[in-house]
Design a binder for this molecule. Structure first.
Ligand code: NAD
Ligand code: LMR
Length: 293
């Protein structure tokens, strides 16, 4: 975000290390003024005046864990940060990276509802990395320029809830290719978790994907009417699922038109059917966490 010349202020919040990271980032010669805020009593200062709040705080996976296994630790972290945002920056766009995204987005929504400041157009789960990976993995098989290999990925952000709509690309795949690619896109995060061998999950590709999403929001706020990004938002694209990721037109208000799924192949229809119960339970878990606390 420090590289985006439209950013005027970049406030970093963490429970450790922010003074050092802020000093380091502040030397990059772009306009954003960087401030570092450490610990709960500085959360308000970090959030006050923010137009965009990006939440990547929380523990990452270790090999063998699912994203849902992070819920017990990260739900509380996200809830606390959402409470801060509801009080100090209630009109900001909130972009949630912390996992499990399928549940942490409903957590933020419920906290904002409790504070009477919820605007569904301003809350986003960041699923951009799934789309970034899909484009890379398709290019690995079909070649060409990854930037032109665009794949619509819908659903949620974990395992079988990640639904790449490969039938809507310009490529023809054999069933074997389809199944292998779909699995790779659904479990791309696990490749990194396994390779890091206990030292965390994707950080560099996530930084690129997170910045791509936030930069897209900034572009839309500057009046660009052509910005479409995948994101997990309050949606009625799939009946019965309150939140769902799909391509969304971004605008000054945040969520603009949510694109419908389009035509699904039989194989994709089956993937969707498999995703629905898991998404439903992930969403309920997030909602109930706030309602019960
Ligand atoms: P990390 O351990 O490198 O960094 C997490 C940071 O959160 C640490 O600096 C830690 O001090 C901070 N933190 C902990 N408690 C906090 C609190 N109460 N308030 C503020 N900050 C706090 O982990 P990471 O690799 O950056 O991953 C962070 C989260 O992002 C994880 O939940 C991970 O699963 C998720 N993630 C999501 C995606 C995605 O596509 N949405 C991709 C990558 C990672
Ligand atoms: C990812 O997709 O890389 C992230 O959600 C982190 C993870 O746990 O895999």
């Amino acid at each position: 975000m420090k590289l985006n010349p439209h950013v005027t202020k970049l406030a970093l919040f963490d429970i450790v290390n922010t003074p050092g990271v802020a000093a380091d980032l502040s030397h990059i010669n772009t306009p954003a003024k960087v401030t570092g805020h450490k610990g709960a009593d500085q959360l308000g200062d970090a959030l006050t005046g923010a137009d965009i709040v990006i939440i990547p705080a929380g523990v990452p996976r270790k090999p063998g864990m699912t994203r849902d296994d992070l819920f017990n630790t990260n739900a509380n972290i996200v809830k606390t940060l959402a409470e801060g945002a509801a009080k100090h920056s209630p009109k900001a766009f909130v972009c949630v990276i912390a996992n499990p995204v399928n549940s942490t987005v409903p957590i933020v929504a419920e906290v904002f509802k409790k504070h009477n400041v919820f605007d569904p157009k301003r809350l986003f789960g960041v699923t951009t990395l799934d789309v970034v990976r899909a484009s890379t993995f398709v290019t690995d098989i079909k070649g060409g320029d990854p930037a032109r290999n665009k794949v619509t990925v819908v659903g949620g952000h974990s395992g079988v809830t990640i639904l790449p709509l490969l039938s809507q690309t310009e490529h023809k795949f054999t069933q074997e290719e389809l199944e292998a690619l779909t699995k790779r896109i659904q479990f791309g995060g696990d490749e990194v978790v396994k390779a890091k061998d206990g030292l965390g999950s994707a950080t560099l590709s996530m930084a690129q994907a997170g910045a791509r999403f936030a930069n897209a929001l900034i572009k839309a706020c500057k009046g660009d009417k052509t910005v479409v990004e995948p994101t997990y938002v309050k949606s009625d694209v799939v009946p019965g699922l309150e939140y769902f990721a799909s391509n969304v037109e971004l605008s000054e208000e945040g969520v603009g038109k949510i694109h419908p799924l389009g035509t699904l192949s039989q194989y994709e229809q089956k993937l969707l059917e498999a995703a629905i119960p898991e998404l439903k339970s992930n969403i309920a878990k997030g909602v109930n966490f706030v309602k019960g606390n």
